[in-house]
Design a protein around this ligand. Structure first.
Ligand SMILES: *Cc1c(COP(=O)(O)O)cnc(C)c1O
Length: 380
Protein backbone atom coordinates (compact mmCIF):
# COMPACT_ATOMS: atom_id res chain seq x y z
CA UNK A 1 0.00 0.00 0.00
CA UNK A 2 2.77 2.47 0.91
CA UNK A 3 4.52 1.60 -2.35
CA UNK A 4 1.41 2.55 -4.29
CA UNK A 5 1.20 5.87 -2.44
CA UNK A 6 4.81 6.74 -3.17
CA UNK A 7 4.33 5.82 -6.83
CA UNK A 8 1.26 8.03 -7.05
CA UNK A 9 3.14 10.97 -5.53
CA UNK A 10 5.96 10.43 -8.05
CA UNK A 11 3.41 10.50 -10.88
CA UNK A 12 2.11 13.83 -9.65
CA UNK A 13 5.55 15.41 -9.69
CA UNK A 14 6.76 13.49 -12.76
CA UNK A 15 10.23 12.81 -11.35
CA UNK A 16 12.40 9.94 -10.15
CA UNK A 17 14.45 12.33 -8.02
CA UNK A 18 13.98 13.41 -4.42
CA UNK A 19 10.61 15.10 -3.85
CA UNK A 20 10.63 17.74 -1.10
CA UNK A 21 7.60 18.53 1.04
CA UNK A 22 7.30 22.09 -0.21
CA UNK A 23 9.71 23.88 -2.54
CA UNK A 24 9.34 27.49 -3.70
CA UNK A 25 8.70 28.26 -7.36
CA UNK A 26 10.06 31.38 -9.06
CA UNK A 27 8.45 31.56 -12.48
CA UNK A 28 7.35 35.20 -12.60
CA UNK A 29 9.00 38.61 -12.36
CA UNK A 30 11.28 37.67 -9.44
CA UNK A 31 14.61 38.26 -11.20
CA UNK A 32 13.47 41.47 -12.89
CA UNK A 33 12.26 43.06 -9.64
CA UNK A 34 15.32 41.92 -7.71
CA UNK A 35 17.77 43.30 -10.28
CA UNK A 36 15.85 46.55 -10.44
CA UNK A 37 16.03 46.81 -6.64
CA UNK A 38 19.78 46.23 -6.61
CA UNK A 39 20.30 48.80 -9.37
CA UNK A 40 18.24 51.32 -7.40
CA UNK A 41 20.52 50.77 -4.33
CA UNK A 42 17.37 50.78 -2.16
CA UNK A 43 17.83 47.25 -0.87
CA UNK A 44 17.08 47.92 2.79
CA UNK A 45 14.09 49.05 4.79
CA UNK A 46 12.99 51.91 2.56
CA UNK A 47 11.83 51.45 -0.99
CA UNK A 48 8.90 51.24 -3.32
CA UNK A 49 8.46 47.47 -3.11
CA UNK A 50 7.73 47.55 0.62
CA UNK A 51 4.88 50.02 0.02
CA UNK A 52 3.77 48.10 -3.06
CA UNK A 53 3.70 44.75 -1.24
CA UNK A 54 1.65 46.21 1.60
CA UNK A 55 -0.76 47.65 -0.94
CA UNK A 56 -1.05 44.32 -2.77
CA UNK A 57 -1.81 42.51 0.49
CA UNK A 58 -4.48 45.10 1.35
CA UNK A 59 -6.04 44.64 -2.08
CA UNK A 60 -5.86 40.86 -1.91
CA UNK A 61 -7.17 40.35 1.61
CA UNK A 62 -9.48 43.33 1.89
CA UNK A 63 -7.82 44.43 5.13
CA UNK A 64 -7.62 48.21 5.62
CA UNK A 65 -4.04 48.18 6.96
CA UNK A 66 -1.11 45.92 6.12
CA UNK A 67 2.33 46.26 7.69
CA UNK A 68 5.24 44.22 6.33
CA UNK A 69 7.64 42.67 8.84
CA UNK A 70 10.88 40.66 8.85
CA UNK A 71 9.05 37.36 9.34
CA UNK A 72 5.86 35.79 10.59
CA UNK A 73 7.18 35.38 14.11
CA UNK A 74 7.93 39.11 14.48
CA UNK A 75 4.49 39.84 13.03
CA UNK A 76 2.93 37.68 15.76
CA UNK A 77 5.08 39.27 18.47
CA UNK A 78 4.02 42.73 17.34
CA UNK A 79 0.35 41.71 17.01
CA UNK A 80 0.36 40.46 20.61
CA UNK A 81 1.82 43.76 21.82
CA UNK A 82 -0.75 45.70 19.79
CA UNK A 83 -3.53 43.59 21.29
CA UNK A 84 -2.36 44.74 24.73
CA UNK A 85 -0.97 41.41 25.95
CA UNK A 86 1.28 41.95 28.98
CA UNK A 87 3.71 39.97 31.06
CA UNK A 88 1.92 37.37 33.17
CA UNK A 89 -1.17 37.24 30.94
CA UNK A 90 -2.58 34.01 29.54
CA UNK A 91 -3.09 33.58 25.80
CA UNK A 92 -5.44 30.90 24.51
CA UNK A 93 -4.06 28.88 21.61
CA UNK A 94 -3.91 25.39 20.16
CA UNK A 95 -1.25 22.80 21.06
CA UNK A 96 -1.13 21.71 17.43
CA UNK A 97 0.84 24.50 15.79
CA UNK A 98 4.30 25.51 14.68
CA UNK A 99 6.48 26.79 17.55
CA UNK A 100 6.35 30.42 16.34
CA UNK A 101 2.91 31.00 17.89
CA UNK A 102 4.04 30.01 21.39
CA UNK A 103 7.42 31.66 21.00
CA UNK A 104 5.78 35.00 20.25
CA UNK A 105 3.56 34.63 23.33
CA UNK A 106 6.67 33.90 25.40
CA UNK A 107 8.58 36.97 24.11
CA UNK A 108 5.95 39.08 25.90
CA UNK A 109 6.35 37.14 29.13
CA UNK A 110 2.83 35.79 28.70
CA UNK A 111 1.95 32.11 28.76
CA UNK A 112 -0.01 29.90 26.37
CA UNK A 113 -3.08 28.04 27.62
CA UNK A 114 -3.87 25.12 25.35
CA UNK A 115 -7.33 24.49 23.94
CA UNK A 116 -8.11 21.57 21.65
CA UNK A 117 -8.49 21.60 17.86
CA UNK A 118 -11.30 20.16 15.71
CA UNK A 119 -10.69 16.89 13.91
CA UNK A 120 -12.34 18.37 10.84
CA UNK A 121 -10.43 21.66 10.61
CA UNK A 122 -7.24 20.70 12.54
CA UNK A 123 -7.57 24.24 13.92
CA UNK A 124 -8.75 25.73 17.23
CA UNK A 125 -12.11 24.22 18.10
CA UNK A 126 -15.05 26.56 18.69
CA UNK A 127 -16.72 23.81 20.76
CA UNK A 128 -13.69 23.34 23.00
CA UNK A 129 -13.25 27.10 23.36
CA UNK A 130 -16.91 27.56 24.24
CA UNK A 131 -16.76 24.85 26.88
CA UNK A 132 -13.57 26.28 28.39
CA UNK A 133 -14.90 29.84 28.52
CA UNK A 134 -18.18 28.77 30.12
CA UNK A 135 -16.53 26.70 32.80
CA UNK A 136 -13.25 28.39 33.56
CA UNK A 137 -13.56 32.09 32.74
CA UNK A 138 -15.41 35.06 34.20
CA UNK A 139 -15.51 38.67 33.07
CA UNK A 140 -14.50 41.11 35.82
CA UNK A 141 -14.23 44.86 35.22
CA UNK A 142 -14.41 44.17 31.52
CA UNK A 143 -11.54 41.68 31.55
CA UNK A 144 -11.56 37.92 31.05
CA UNK A 145 -10.19 36.24 34.16
CA UNK A 146 -9.16 32.59 34.43
CA UNK A 147 -11.01 31.56 37.62
CA UNK A 148 -8.52 28.94 38.84
CA UNK A 149 -5.47 31.17 38.70
CA UNK A 150 -6.95 34.68 38.76
CA UNK A 151 -4.83 35.51 35.73
CA UNK A 152 -6.04 37.65 32.86
CA UNK A 153 -6.75 36.03 29.51
CA UNK A 154 -5.58 38.77 27.19
CA UNK A 155 -5.84 37.18 23.76
CA UNK A 156 -6.71 34.12 21.74
CA UNK A 157 -4.65 32.95 18.75
CA UNK A 158 -6.27 30.37 16.50
CA UNK A 159 -4.04 29.03 13.71
CA UNK A 160 -5.46 27.92 10.34
CA UNK A 161 -3.59 24.64 10.15
CA UNK A 162 -2.00 23.69 6.81
CA UNK A 163 -4.17 26.35 5.17
CA UNK A 164 -7.52 24.91 6.31
CA UNK A 165 -9.59 27.51 8.13
CA UNK A 166 -10.90 27.28 11.67
CA UNK A 167 -14.61 28.06 12.22
CA UNK A 168 -13.29 31.53 12.69
CA UNK A 169 -16.60 33.42 12.81
CA UNK A 170 -17.67 31.36 15.83
CA UNK A 171 -14.31 31.90 17.51
CA UNK A 172 -14.61 35.66 16.96
CA UNK A 173 -18.12 35.67 18.50
CA UNK A 174 -17.00 33.71 21.54
CA UNK A 175 -13.99 35.92 22.16
CA UNK A 176 -16.13 39.05 21.82
CA UNK A 177 -18.50 37.77 24.51
CA UNK A 178 -15.55 37.56 26.91
CA UNK A 179 -13.67 40.70 25.79
CA UNK A 180 -10.75 38.62 24.54
CA UNK A 181 -8.79 40.03 21.59
CA UNK A 182 -8.49 37.57 18.75
CA UNK A 183 -5.35 37.38 16.62
CA UNK A 184 -5.35 35.03 13.65
CA UNK A 185 -2.12 33.20 12.96
CA UNK A 186 -2.77 32.97 9.23
CA UNK A 187 0.88 32.18 8.45
CA UNK A 188 -0.17 29.07 6.52
CA UNK A 189 -3.45 30.26 5.06
CA UNK A 190 -2.85 33.27 2.82
CA UNK A 191 -5.53 33.08 0.12
CA UNK A 192 -7.79 30.73 2.07
CA UNK A 193 -11.35 31.98 2.43
CA UNK A 194 -13.97 31.07 4.99
CA UNK A 195 -17.53 32.02 4.03
CA UNK A 196 -15.96 34.03 1.20
CA UNK A 197 -13.77 36.15 3.51
CA UNK A 198 -9.98 35.93 3.60
CA UNK A 199 -8.49 34.25 6.65
CA UNK A 200 -6.44 36.75 8.61
CA UNK A 201 -9.13 39.43 8.37
CA UNK A 202 -11.64 38.13 10.92
CA UNK A 203 -9.84 39.02 14.13
CA UNK A 204 -8.61 42.28 15.60
CA UNK A 205 -5.28 41.49 13.94
CA UNK A 206 -4.02 38.81 11.58
CA UNK A 207 -0.52 37.74 10.60
CA UNK A 208 1.02 36.03 7.56
CA UNK A 209 4.41 34.48 6.86
CA UNK A 210 6.45 34.43 3.67
CA UNK A 211 9.08 31.98 4.83
CA UNK A 212 10.70 29.73 2.22
CA UNK A 213 8.20 26.90 2.68
CA UNK A 214 4.99 28.95 2.60
CA UNK A 215 2.55 29.30 -0.32
CA UNK A 216 4.42 32.40 -1.49
CA UNK A 217 7.84 33.34 -0.19
CA UNK A 218 10.23 36.28 -0.15
CA UNK A 219 13.03 34.39 1.57
CA UNK A 220 11.84 35.59 4.95
CA UNK A 221 9.02 37.98 5.64
CA UNK A 222 5.76 38.55 7.41
CA UNK A 223 2.73 40.81 7.45
CA UNK A 224 0.31 42.19 10.02
CA UNK A 225 -3.19 43.07 8.84
CA UNK A 226 -5.94 44.92 10.70
CA UNK A 227 -8.97 47.10 10.04
CA UNK A 228 -8.22 49.23 13.10
CA UNK A 229 -6.69 52.53 12.06
CA UNK A 230 -4.99 53.21 15.38
CA UNK A 231 -3.42 49.75 15.52
CA UNK A 232 -2.42 49.86 11.87
CA UNK A 233 -0.55 53.13 12.31
CA UNK A 234 0.96 52.02 15.61
CA UNK A 235 2.16 48.78 14.00
CA UNK A 236 4.07 50.70 11.33
CA UNK A 237 5.55 53.03 13.96
CA UNK A 238 6.66 50.32 16.40
CA UNK A 239 8.11 48.08 13.69
CA UNK A 240 10.24 50.97 12.42
CA UNK A 241 12.09 51.61 15.71
CA UNK A 242 9.33 54.01 16.83
CA UNK A 243 11.09 56.83 15.00
CA UNK A 244 9.17 60.06 14.85
CA UNK A 245 9.07 61.00 11.16
CA UNK A 246 11.33 63.97 10.46
CA UNK A 247 13.68 64.89 7.63
CA UNK A 248 16.82 64.91 9.76
CA UNK A 249 16.07 64.51 13.46
CA UNK A 250 16.42 61.11 15.07
CA UNK A 251 13.81 61.10 17.80
CA UNK A 252 12.07 57.98 19.08
CA UNK A 253 9.04 58.09 21.34
CA UNK A 254 8.74 54.46 22.42
CA UNK A 255 10.78 51.26 22.67
CA UNK A 256 10.67 50.24 19.04
CA UNK A 257 11.56 47.18 17.02
CA UNK A 258 13.60 46.71 13.87
CA UNK A 259 10.97 44.50 12.33
CA UNK A 260 10.80 46.15 8.90
CA UNK A 261 10.85 44.00 5.79
CA UNK A 262 13.81 44.95 3.55
CA UNK A 263 12.95 46.23 0.09
CA UNK A 264 14.99 43.39 -1.44
CA UNK A 265 12.67 40.83 0.12
CA UNK A 266 9.63 42.92 -0.73
CA UNK A 267 10.66 42.91 -4.42
CA UNK A 268 10.62 39.12 -4.35
CA UNK A 269 7.30 39.18 -2.49
CA UNK A 270 5.69 41.44 -5.12
CA UNK A 271 6.68 39.04 -7.88
CA UNK A 272 5.34 36.10 -5.86
CA UNK A 273 1.98 37.59 -4.95
CA UNK A 274 1.29 38.22 -8.66
CA UNK A 275 1.27 34.42 -8.97
CA UNK A 276 -0.66 33.63 -5.79
CA UNK A 277 -3.97 32.79 -7.45
CA UNK A 278 -2.25 30.59 -10.02
CA UNK A 279 -0.27 28.84 -7.25
CA UNK A 280 -3.44 28.18 -5.28
CA UNK A 281 -5.26 26.83 -8.35
CA UNK A 282 -2.28 24.57 -9.00
CA UNK A 283 -2.22 23.36 -5.37
CA UNK A 284 -5.96 22.75 -5.36
CA UNK A 285 -5.62 20.60 -8.48
CA UNK A 286 -2.98 18.47 -6.74
CA UNK A 287 -5.19 18.22 -3.65
CA UNK A 288 -8.06 16.99 -5.79
CA UNK A 289 -5.86 14.32 -7.35
CA UNK A 290 -4.78 13.23 -3.87
CA UNK A 291 -8.38 13.28 -2.66
CA UNK A 292 -9.55 10.97 -5.47
CA UNK A 293 -6.59 8.64 -5.10
CA UNK A 294 -6.78 8.24 -1.32
CA UNK A 295 -10.54 7.67 -1.41
CA UNK A 296 -9.77 4.45 -3.32
CA UNK A 297 -6.99 3.42 -0.91
CA UNK A 298 -9.04 3.57 2.27
CA UNK A 299 -6.71 6.29 3.59
CA UNK A 300 -8.20 9.47 4.99
CA UNK A 301 -7.10 12.58 3.11
CA UNK A 302 -7.57 15.92 4.90
CA UNK A 303 -9.99 17.99 2.81
CA UNK A 304 -11.09 21.59 3.18
CA UNK A 305 -13.82 22.11 5.83
CA UNK A 306 -17.38 23.17 4.95
CA UNK A 307 -17.94 26.78 3.85
CA UNK A 308 -14.31 27.24 2.94
CA UNK A 309 -11.90 27.40 0.05
CA UNK A 310 -8.52 26.27 1.27
CA UNK A 311 -5.15 27.16 -0.24
CA UNK A 312 -4.09 23.55 0.51
CA UNK A 313 -0.69 24.76 1.66
CA UNK A 314 0.37 21.38 2.99
CA UNK A 315 -1.55 18.24 2.11
CA UNK A 316 -2.05 15.70 4.86
CA UNK A 317 -3.32 12.17 5.35
CA UNK A 318 -4.46 10.44 8.50
CA UNK A 319 -3.29 6.86 8.98
CA UNK A 320 -4.90 4.29 11.25
CA UNK A 321 -2.54 4.65 14.20
CA UNK A 322 0.96 5.73 15.25
CA UNK A 323 2.51 2.49 14.11
CA UNK A 324 1.16 2.84 10.56
CA UNK A 325 2.17 6.48 10.59
CA UNK A 326 5.75 5.57 11.44
CA UNK A 327 5.86 2.77 8.87
CA UNK A 328 4.72 5.16 6.16
CA UNK A 329 7.15 7.89 7.26
CA UNK A 330 10.01 5.39 7.10
CA UNK A 331 9.02 3.92 3.76
CA UNK A 332 8.42 7.23 1.98
CA UNK A 333 11.49 9.00 3.30
CA UNK A 334 13.69 5.99 2.49
CA UNK A 335 12.32 6.10 -1.03
CA UNK A 336 13.08 9.74 -1.74
CA UNK A 337 9.64 11.18 -1.06
CA UNK A 338 9.71 13.62 1.82
CA UNK A 339 6.93 13.25 4.35
CA UNK A 340 6.71 14.27 7.99
CA UNK A 341 4.51 13.99 11.04
CA UNK A 342 2.80 17.01 12.54
CA UNK A 343 4.86 19.19 14.91
CA UNK A 344 5.34 17.74 18.38
CA UNK A 345 2.41 19.11 20.37
CA UNK A 346 3.42 22.34 22.12
CA UNK A 347 2.38 21.15 25.59
CA UNK A 348 4.91 18.31 25.28
CA UNK A 349 7.88 20.62 24.68
CA UNK A 350 10.06 21.33 27.73
CA UNK A 351 9.27 25.07 27.67
CA UNK A 352 5.52 24.47 27.89
CA UNK A 353 5.02 21.34 29.97
CA UNK A 354 3.95 23.60 32.87
CA UNK A 355 1.48 25.59 30.76
CA UNK A 356 -2.21 25.02 31.48
CA UNK A 357 -3.53 22.35 29.14
CA UNK A 358 -7.23 21.47 28.83
CA UNK A 359 -8.56 18.25 27.30
CA UNK A 360 -6.70 18.08 23.98
CA UNK A 361 -7.68 14.58 22.89
CA UNK A 362 -8.36 15.62 19.28
CA UNK A 363 -4.89 17.12 18.95
CA UNK A 364 -3.39 13.95 20.44
CA UNK A 365 -5.44 11.77 18.09
CA UNK A 366 -4.27 13.81 15.10
CA UNK A 367 -0.63 13.85 16.22
CA UNK A 368 -0.60 10.04 16.29
CA UNK A 369 -1.93 9.70 12.75
CA UNK A 370 -1.15 12.70 10.57
CA UNK A 371 1.49 12.76 7.86
CA UNK A 372 2.17 15.69 5.53
CA UNK A 373 2.90 14.75 1.95
CA UNK A 374 4.56 16.69 -0.90
CA UNK A 375 2.57 19.80 -1.77
CA UNK A 376 4.70 22.10 -3.93
CA UNK A 377 3.30 24.02 -6.86
CA UNK A 378 3.95 21.81 -9.88
CA UNK A 379 5.69 23.58 -12.75
CA UNK A 380 4.41 22.15 -16.01
C1 LIG B 1 5.52 29.70 9.32
C2 LIG B 1 4.70 29.95 10.52
C3 LIG B 1 4.87 31.12 11.30
C4 LIG B 1 5.87 32.18 11.03
O1 LIG B 1 7.10 31.75 10.71
P1 LIG B 1 8.31 32.67 10.22
O2 LIG B 1 9.30 31.63 9.79
O3 LIG B 1 8.76 33.46 11.37
O4 LIG B 1 7.87 33.52 9.08
C5 LIG B 1 4.01 31.30 12.36
N1 LIG B 1 3.07 30.42 12.67
C6 LIG B 1 2.88 29.30 11.95
C7 LIG B 1 1.79 28.38 12.34
C8 LIG B 1 3.69 29.02 10.86
O5 LIG B 1 3.49 27.90 10.16
Amino acid sequence: MYKKVVEFIREQFKTDEFIPLHAPVFTGNEKEYLLETIDSTFVSSVGKYVDKFEELIRDYTGAKYAIATTNGTSALHMALMLAGVKQGDLVLTQPLSFIATCNAISYIGAEPLFIDVDKETLSLSADALNEFLKEAVEVKDGQAIHKNTGRRIAACIPMHTFGHPARIDELVDLCQQYNINLIEDAAESLGTTYKNQQTGTFGLLGTYSFNGNKTITCGGGGMIVTNDEHLGKLAKHLTTQAKVPHRWDFVHDHIGYNYRLPNLNAALACAQIEQLDAFIANKRELAENYHNFFAKQDIQFVSEPNDSKSNYWLNAILLKNREERDEFLTYSNENGVMTRPVWELMNRLPMFTKAITTDISNAEWIADRLVNIPSSVRVK
